[in-house]
Each structure stands twice: as C-alpha cells, then as structure tokens.
Ligand binder design. Sequence first.
Ligand code: TXA
Ligand code: MG
Length: 356
Amino acid sequence: MTDVIRVAPDAPDPAALARAAECLRRGGLVAFPTETVYGLGVNALDREAVRRLFAAKQRPSNDPLIVHVTSIDSIAALASHVPHSVDRLARRFWPGPLTVIVPRSYQVPDEVTAGLATVAVRVPLHPVARALIAAAGVPVAAPSANLFSRPSPTQASHVIDDLDGRIDLVVDGGATTIGVESTVLDLTSDPPIVLRPGAVTVEMLREVLGRVDVSRGSTSLDSASAAPMPSPGMLTKHYSPRAALTLFEGDTNAALASLVGVARDELSRGHAVGVIAAEEDRGELARLASDQKILLRVIGSQNTPAIVATRLYATLRELDAAGADVILVHGFRNDGLGAAVQDRLRRAAAGRVVRS
Ligand code: TXA
Ligand code: MG
C-alpha cells in the first residue's frame, strides 16, 4: 500500500519529512512536490532502488533521470567536471526549475544516466523538496511521478491515480506552482542547447550565457530538422492523455474554424469531444459550447502562459476522467513560458498537429 503524508507546503513538519527521508535512505520510492511537477524520488546512489523506480513507472530504462540536490556544492561529486557556466546559471536560477546536463562522475550509477557519459542535475526550489533531500542526506534521482507516457502530476491525487500500490509513500504538499517540468539545458555542447523548454526560458538563459540553441528535437513540425535525438527520453509520444489529442496551430481564425469543423465531425460520430482553449477563443467556440457532448475547458489567456501551465496537465487528466474520446486544443503563444506549453502539447499530440 502507498502511504500519503500531508505536509504544509511552506513549512513541512520535520517529523513527517524525517519519515520520508528514512524511507528514501532504505531504498524506498517516495513521491514529493517540486515547484514544477511531483517527482518520484529514490536514493540516486542505490542501483537496486533506481531499478525498482523504472519498474514502478513502467519507464524504459534508456530514459535517464534527473538527480536533485540542495546546492551547487553537491554537484562536484556527481560531475567529472563542472563547467564554469554552472556557477553563473546557479546564481541566477537556482534553486529553481532549471536542469543542467554535465559530464558525469563514476559515482553516478549507470541506471540513473542510462549509460550516458553525462548526468542531469537540478536544485529544486520547493521547500518540501529541499527539506526532504536535505533530511535524506543523499542525492535524489526523480523523474516525474506519473506512469510512463501519462501527463506529469501536478497534485498528489494524480500520483495516487497512476502509482497507488506501486510506490511506498507520497508526500502531499498541495498543487505545484509552475505545472510544467524544468528546463533541460545541455552544457556539454557548445553553444549550450535547450533540450526541453520550461519556466527558465531560452530568453532568460541567453541573458546569462549569450548564445543558446534550442533543440528542435522531436517536437519540431519541420521534418527537415533531422537532428539526432538529443536523449532517448525526448520521444515524441509523451505526456499523453488517453484520448487522442489534436493540436490546431497557425492563423487564429483559420485554426479555430478547423477545430470547430473537426469537433462537429467527431460529435456526429457520437464521440465525446474535449476542447482546450484560451479566453480569447470563447467567442469563436460559443457556437460549439451549447452541445452536450462538448467538454470545453478554458485554461487561461494567451497573455498568461503561467496560468495555462499550472492547469494544463490537470485538465488533460480531468478530460480523460470525464470520458473524452478526443481532445482538440487550440495552440498557445509560442514564446516565453508559452514555448514550454506548446512543446508539451506537441508531444501530447504525437504528430497530430493541424496547421492553418
Ligand atoms: O521538473 C522536472 O524536471 C521534474 C521534477 C520532478 O524535477 N522531473 C522530470 O523528470 O521531469 P523526467 O525524468 O520526467 O524528465 C527528465 C528529462 C527526460 O526527458 C530525460 O530524457 C532528460 O531529462 N535527461 C535526463 N538525463 C539526461 C542526460 N544525461 N542527457 C540528456 N537528457 C537527459
Ligand atoms: Mg516525465
């Protein structure tokens, strides 16, 4: 059985965390909140525990994990060499939603890095994550605490929905504040390259580092960008709800018209249709909204990507639970944090992107 311990997000009870930390030290699997999404933590130095973690998530073992520590000082033991840029990045963004890829040291088990010569490291900001890692006294490897290919959990209940009975403990510290996973920045290439966009935006990284490239990776719509897969984990199908998700991008009016057309078509086949859109789209979508089988979810404005990010994964899960057969999404603005939202939507769409 999976135990759930509730803690105050800003001032977690030390006794509760001591229990969770002890579980981690003994090789247990403990889910905990970070500022981005819930992570499923294990002692990163315990190979057996790491193997159990992959099994619990049904995650392919070739997808490497992020190691979480409480300060930049802990990175020296994990990296064979710490690039200078880590200092500058840490001063501005740590603790926070930035993961850096650095050359690994021999101390990090192969199970964590999927045998790569590099390791991903991050210093989270959430008080519960920080206190838990500090109490455990070991580096904590933690992927998002979802079953493989399900949306990342932003609440403890999402973790339970996916992993009840498969893990030891969930530390419930309420909803996460950012809602999409950390920015992953590869510092082993020159210039550094963003492998996954997040709340530390590429614009912010360029202010500190100068030139920074963005992996077009598998979420690119441009099939000409046949860049090698930056890491085995950057698979296209990811973050997927059970219902097939289609993303509508491009000119707003044309994209919405196209979405409405597909929605009507699906409705005529008797399918339940989930629609995710922005405040600005309400007018256009009003024509659909009266239909009983439309599950319309407005998750923020085009100008508030931070709000959209906090609601995105919970909405995907909620539409699944509400019985949506298909989910149609009007794309969000592709800059700042919006780039992270769009990236996750494209992954969830797994290629079903309609451009107008
Ligand atoms: O916000 C987050 O990053 C959350 C919280 C829990 O910290 N964690 C998270 O972990 O999203 P996960 O495992 O779901 O995603 C980690 C990503 C994967 O895409 C993985 O392939 C990539 O980081 N990654 C890990 N190590 C890597 C490495 N050495 N080289 C390239 N990519 C790596
Ligand atoms: Mg994940």
